[in-house]
Ligand binder design. Structure first.
Ligand SMILES: [Cu+2]
Length: 646
C-alpha cells in the first residue's frame, strides 16, 4: 500500500482556473483586505473562497495562459455588527467590490464556537445552575453554540445569537454526549460574547453511564478478524495531475470550498473520440437537521451544517487503512480561521478504486460459453465531523457511465436526559435516562447539469398501468410516460417510488443511435418529507426540503438552496424565492437541486456510537451512449470457463 499527497501543490502554484485558493492566495486576500479596508480584530473572515469562473470564461481559457484569480470573501464585523461581501483580485491586488449586506448573519465560525463555550463556562449564573446539579467543574462541561435560528426573543432581533445545549463529562475518555444537562441552556451574543440569558428549567438528573466506546473501554475485542488487504501490484489505474483526475474514461476536477467542502467540477466521459460533459459542477449545497422535540429550550434544536457553519473546516484528515483502504491518492484542502489564517487539512480528500462485484454477465447455454466482467468503481470521498455527527460524503464513478453519490451517517446521536423510568415521546431511550431525539437529515445536492453540452431539457418519467379495454384487452399493459417540465413550478417534484418515477435530463441538440436526445436519469434513493408543521419556523426557513426535486435555469448567485445566509434567517430565501418567478427551464443551462432526507428514529444499537446509515441517489445514462458502454471492459485476467459459471 502506498499513499501520496499533493502537499507540494501550493508550491507549484495554480494550474487551472477552477483550482481552489491556495494558502498563499488566502493570506494575500486577507492582507489586501486588511490594508485596503483598514480591518483589525473586529473583522471575522467567515468565508474566503475562489470566485469561480463562469462557463464562458472557462471555455476561453487555454492551457499555459495566465490564470485570472479572484477571491470572494464574507467578513462579519463584530463591532459594527455588519456583514460584508468583497471580491478581491489576486492579479492586481485590488479590492474589486466591497458591499455591506443588510439584515443577514454570516455563518458561525469555529472560533466563535470555541469562544462561546468559554463565555458560557465563565458565566456565574451558569456555574450556579451547574452547582445545583452537583457539578463543580465547569471545564468539564461542553456547551455547543447552535444558531438560534428563527427563535430570537423580542429585543434580541438583529443580534448575532447562539443558544447552547450542554453535556457533562468526567474526563475526555467519556462519550461527550452521554450526560446531557437537561433544561440548562444559555443564549449568547456571538459578537460581544455576552451571555444574554441562562435558562434553567428542569430537575431531570444527569445520566450516569459514560457511554464509552473506545477499544480499551469495551473489550474484550473479537479475535477472529484476520487481515484483509487490497493490493494493486501495478498501482492504481488512475492519474492525478494537480486537481485533475482521469480514471478509465472519466475525467473531472476536484474542488473544495469552506462552505461546501468537496466539490466536483467538469465531470465528463470520453466517448465517440471526444470528452462528453455530464455535470459541470456537483456539490452538497445544504444540509439541515430538524429535531422533533418540543420541550422548553430543545424546540430550537435545528442545524444547517453547511449554511450556518460551513463544512470545509470540519473536514477530517484521513488515515490510510482506516478511513480508506487500498491504493489511495489524497488531496489536501486549504481552509482558514476567522482571523483569516490559512489552515491546511492534509489528506482531506481520498480517491481510490474498489472492486464492486458483478458488472455484467451472460452464460450462453447453447454455445456453452460465459462472458463475465467485474465492476470497478472510482471513489472520491471526504468525511466531516459536525460536533456529534460524522458525515462521510462519497461520489462514485462506474465503468457503465453511472455516477452515484452516497452519504454515510455515523458518529454520536444527539441526546437529552429524561427522568429514570420515563419513556420519551419525542426520542427513544438508548441507555437508562438517556434519550436520542427524533430527527431527520436533509441533504441538498446542487448539480449544474451539462448533459453533452449546456443546453438541456428535463422530463418527469413514471410508469402507468393502462386501463383494461380495447387498448389493453389482456390487462397486462403498462408503459412509461414522459412529461417535459417546462417551468420551475412544474419541476417542483416529489419522489414516487410506486410509479417508478425518475427525472430525465437530456440534450435536445444531440441524438443517440435510436434517434432520442442523449440523456441522463436522476434516480432517487430512499427519501422522506419533513414532519415539521406548516407555518413553523423550521419549515419556513428550510423551504427547499418540501420538494425533492427543484430545477432552475442557471444563475450565478443561486448557489445555496436556503439562500446565501441561512443563519438566523426567518425564511423564504433560496429556492422558494427564486422559483416564484416560475422561469422557463426549456432548452437552457439547468441546475438540478435534489433534496433527500435520512429519517432517524434512533435505535438502542445507535448507542454509544452509531453504525453507518446510508443514503444517496444515482445519475444513470439513459441513451447517452449507443449501447452498453462497458462492453470494452476486459475479462478478468484469469480466464473464466463455462464449467465454473454454469
Ligand atoms: Cu441521525
Amino acid at each position: 500500500m502506498a499513499a501520496t499527497t499533493d502537499a507540494t501543490r501550493t508550491d507549484r502554484g495554480v494550474a487551472h482556473p477552477l483550482d481552489p485558493l491556495t494558502t498563499d492566495e488566502i493570506a494575500r486576500t486577507v492582507a489586501i483586505l486588511r490594508e485596503g479596508r483598514g480591518l483589525g480584530d473586529e473583522a471575522r473572515f467567515v468565508d474566503i473562497s475562489l470566485r469561480e469562473p463562469e462557463k464562458d470564461e472557462l471555455a476561453r481559457h487555454e492551457a499555459g495562459e495566465p490564470i485570472p484569480r479572484e477571491a470572494a470573501v464574507v467578513v462579519a464585523d463584530r463591532t459594527a455588527q455588519t456583514t460584508h461581501e468583497a471580491v478581491v483580485s489576486l492579479d492586481d491586488g485590488a479590492i474589486g467590490t466591497w458591499d455591506t449586506v443588510p439584515g443577514v448573519q454570516a455563518a458561525i465560525t469555529l472560533d466563535e464556537y470555541v469562544e462561546c463555550e468559554q463565555a458560557v463556562r465563565a458565566d456565574p449564573r451558569f456555574r450556579e445552575a451547574l452547582a445545583r446539579r452537583g457539578i463543580s467543574e465547569p471545564q468539564n462541561v461542553m456547551a455547543e453554540a447552535w444558531s438560534l435560528g428563527g427563535h430570537a426573543e423580542p429585543g434580541e432581533q438583529g443580534r448575532r445569537l447562539a443558544w447552547t445545549p450542554c453535556w457533562y463529562r468526567e474526563s475526555l475518555a467519556d462519550n461527550a454526549y452521554a450526560r446531557p444537562i437537561e433544561g440548562l441552556y444559555t443564549v449568547v451574543d456571538l459578537n460581544t460574547m455576552e451571555v444574554l440569558r441562562v435558562e434553567d428549567t428542569s430537575d431531570v438528573p444527569v445520566p450516569e453511564a459514560s457511554g464509552a466506546y473506545r477499544p480499551d473501554q469495551v473489550g474484550p475485542l473479537r479475535d477472529d478478524v484476520r487481515p484483509l488487504e487490497v493490493v494493486q501490484p501495478e498501482g492504481p489505474s488512475f492519474e492525478v495531475e494537480g486537481r485533475e483526475v482521469r480514471w478509465q474514461k472519466w475525467r473531472f476536477r476536484v474542488g473544495f470550498t469552506p462552505r461546501e467542502g468537496l466539490v466536483l467540477h467538469t465531470i465528463s466521459y470520453h466517448d465517440q473520440d471526444r470528452w462528453r460533459p455530464i455535470v459541470h459542477r456537483a456539490s452538497y449545497a445544504e444540509l439541515v437537521i430538524p429535531y422533533g422535540d418540543p420541550s422548553p429550550g430543545r424546540f430550537r434544536t435545528n442545524a444547517y451544517d453547511i449554511g450556518e457553519y460551513g463544512i470545509g473546516p470540519m473536514t477530517n484528515s484521513l488515515e490510510l487503512g482506516c478511513d480508506c483502504l487500498g491504493e489511495i491518492r489524497y488531496l489536501d484542502a486549504v481552509v482558514h480561521d476567522s482571523h483569516g489564517e490559512p489552515i491546511t487539512i492534509g489528506n482531506a480528500i481520498c480517491m481510490h478504486e474498489e472492486d464492486y462485484g458483478l458488472l455484467w454477465k451472460h452464460y450462453d447455454w447453447q454455445a456453452e460459453d460465459s462472458e463475465v466482467r467485474r465492476s470497478r468503481r472510482f471513489v472520491i470521498s471526504s468525511i466531516i465531523t459536525a460536533a456529534n455527527y460524522e458525515y462521510a460524503f462519497y461520489w462514485y464513478l462506474y465503468q457503465d457511465g453511472t455516477i452515484e453519490t452516497e452519504v454515510k451517517l455515523t458518529g454520536i446521536v444527539l441526546t437529552s436526559a429524561v427522568h429514570p423510568g420515563e419513556k420519551p415521546e419525542y426520542g427513544r431511550l438508548v441507555s437508562p435516562g438517556l434519550s436520542a431525539l427524533n430527527h431527520q437529515h436533509f441533504f441538498c445536492v446542487r448539480l449544474d447539469m451539462a448533459v453533452d453540452g449546456h443546453r438541456n431539457d428535463v422530463h418527469e418519467v413514471h410508469t402507468e398501468s393502462v386501463p383494461a379495454g380495447p387498448e389493453n384487452p389482456y390487462g397486462n399493459a403498462f408503459k412509461a410516460v414522459a412529461t417535459q417540465l417546462s417551468s420551475e413550478r412544474d419541476a417542483q417534484q416529489l419522489i414516487d417510488p410506486l410509479s417508478a418515477r425518475f427525472w430525465r435530463f437530456s440534450n435536445p441538440d444531440r441524438r443517440n443511435t435510436v434517434g432520442d436526445p442523449v440523456a441522463y436519469q436522476l434516480v432517487p434513493g430512499s427519501n422522506v418529507l419533513p414532519f415539521a408543521a406548516e407555518g413553523s419556523s423550521g419549515l419556513a426557513r428550510a423551504g427547499f426540503v418540501t420538494k425533492h426535486l427543484w430545477v432552475t435555469p442557471y444563475a450565478p448567485r443561486e448557489r445555496y438552496p436556503a439562500g446565501e445566509y441561512p443563519n438566523q434567517h426567518l425564511g423564504g430565501a433560496g429556492l422558494p424565492e427564486w422559483t416564484a418567478a416560475d422561469r422557463s427551464i426549456e432548452g437552457t443551462n439547468l441546475v438540478a437541486w435534489y433534496t433527500f432526507g435520512s429519517h432517524h428514529i434512533a435505535r438502542v444499537e445507535d448507542w454509544p456510537v452509531m453504525p453507518v446509515a446510508r443514503i444517496g441517489f444515482t445519475l444513470m445514462p439513459d441513451g447517452f451512449f449507443d449501447q452498453n458502454p462497458a462492453l470494452d471492459v476486459p475479462p478478468p485476467p484469469h480466464a473464466c470457463h463455462p464449467e465454473h459459471s454454469s
